[in-house]
Write a protein that binds this ligand. Structure first.
Ligand SMILES: Cc1ncc(COP(=O)(O)O)c(C=O)c1O
Length: 418
């Protein structure tokens, strides 16, 4: 069978395909793999109880369940949810937002597909534009979303050594140049894979740059405020007409509902609504139905602050402790864990590549993700790309502890020349 260029592009081996394939198999329960590789949120009993209770209410209330499964939502998404969210963002952050500033998608992965292809690729006047990642490493899921080639461009970070074994990436504004070929700037904050949180000053600087160049700044807030709040530093959430803030219900504990949220100007929301209608007809009502009451009451914020955030913060601290012990004596550096679900481990002057380490760990029943996948748009060779791995700490403690011990053993073996 012959596939079109579209078919060939989206069926060739991609980083996200390998990751989701490994993740799916490990989560299916049919293998003994320790899954330290995916972005699956932890199953937090207190959070899951709330969603179970909400589902039971829906099942009890008249024909609510039948309406949920039996009706299409409008292409902008569930309007009660959108209105409740607009109220929450207005009252919490003082943003000038109405329901016309919000559209829902089938997960933020789908939001990024739409947004990236709205602002980059070929334009009617024949010009071509790219999405700029001002700080790589960046989220692996962006890598294959462009409908045309040479779609992304990424900038190396500067590296601050916080202490002997901790570092933090910063945007290297001195080296950042924005030509006419940049259609939008995009950052994840907190960043997947590193757990970095761009400082307020860095974000303000990026907002100024995007305003000057009259291009949008896309902020991927999948782990940020006001929910799920997996952010351990003080960081001010921002939005204005030139900013596109993307959120998701996934890391709140609802990845199965596929609910992405885009907060943007009316023009962009109209565009997303139109594209939703063509691609999907409608959004999924399940995520909104499970969360609208929590948003209306504000409980979604207290749940995020008092349950979800401490859960991940404790897990991060514990994982850093275990990993630091298992890597004692090695030239290892961990990115400062400021949010999200990951540790980003840099093995300086590592004698084997992170790809080889990935294979060795997989053979020992531990799945991580090799760092080299997280540089979409950066073609230049840089040894650093092959000296890092991403480790997820959201799974159960036993799995994480065992996995980190094995990582320590394999890293030491490699530094010893084997
Ligand atoms: C930074 C980031 N953005 C977006 C996504 C996609 O999330 P969703 O489940 O909403 O598609 C993820 C998922 O891991 C992520 O880590």
């Amino acid at each position: 069978m012959k596939f079109s260029s579209f078919g060939q592009k989206f069926t060739s081996q991609s980083g996200i395909l390998q990751l989701m394939d490994d993740l799916g198999k490990a989560m299916s329960g049919n293998t003994n793999m320790r899954m330290l590789g995916g972005g699956n949120p932890g199953h937090i009993p207190e959070v899951q109880r709330i969603f179970r209770k909400r589902m039971e209410q829906i099942l009890r209330e008249g024909n609510r369940f039948e309406k949920l499964i039996g009706n299409y939502d409008p292409p902008q998404g569930d309007l009660a949810f959108i209105e409740a969210l607009a109220d929450l963002l207005r009252s919490t952050f003082g943003w000038d937002i109405s329901s016309q500033n919000i559209a829902l998608t089938l997960g933020s992965q789908s939001s990024f597909f739409i947004l990236f292809n709205l602002f980059a690729g070929e334009f009617p006047d024949g010009s071509r534009k790219k999405i700029l990642f001002p700080l790589a490493p960046e989220y692996i899921g962006y890598s294959d979303l462009g409908l045309s080639e040479r779609f992304f461009i990424a900038q190396r970070p500067s590296i601050e050594h916080v202490d002997d074994h901790t570092f933090k990436y910063h945007v290297d504004f001195g080296a950042l140049t924005l030509g006419d070929d940049i259609g939008a700037i995009c950052v994840s904050r907190p960043t997947n894979p590193t757990g970095n949180v761009l400082t307020d000053e860095e974000v303000r600087h990026l907002m100024d740059l995007s305003a000057t160049h009259q291009i949008p700044l896309i902020i991927d807030n999948a782990y940020g405020l006001p929910f799920p709040s997996i952010i351990f530093t003080g960081a001010e959430p921002v939005w204005n007409e030139n900013t596109i803030l993307c959120m998701s219900l996934s890391k709140l504990g609802l990845p199965g509902t596929r609910t992405g949220i885009v907060i943007a100007s009316h023009e962009i929301i109209d565009a997303i609504t139109g594209i939703n209608a063509i691609f999907n007809l409608a959004g999924s009502g399940l995520g909104p139905q499970l969360t609208t009451e929590l948003i209306k009451s504000g409980e979604i914020i207290s749940l995020s602050q008092n349950v979800i955030k401490p859960y991940y913060k404790n897990r991060a601290e514990q994982a850093i402790d275990w990993l630091s012990q298992s890597l004692q004596g090695c030239d290892f550096h961990l990115h400062k864990a400021e949010g999200a679900l990951f540790l980003w481990l840099w093995l300086r002057n590592f004698p084997i590549t992170s790809e080889t380490l990935y294979e060795r760990l997989k053979a020992r029943g531990v799945l991580v993700v090799s760092g080299h996948y997280f540089f979409p748009g950066m073609d230049e060779e840089w040894q650093h790309k092959h000296e890092c791995i991403r480790i997820t700490y959201s799974q159960d403690e036993e799995t994480v502890r065992e996995g980190l011990e094995i990582i320590g053993e394999e890293v030491k073996r490699a530094y010893d020349g084997f």
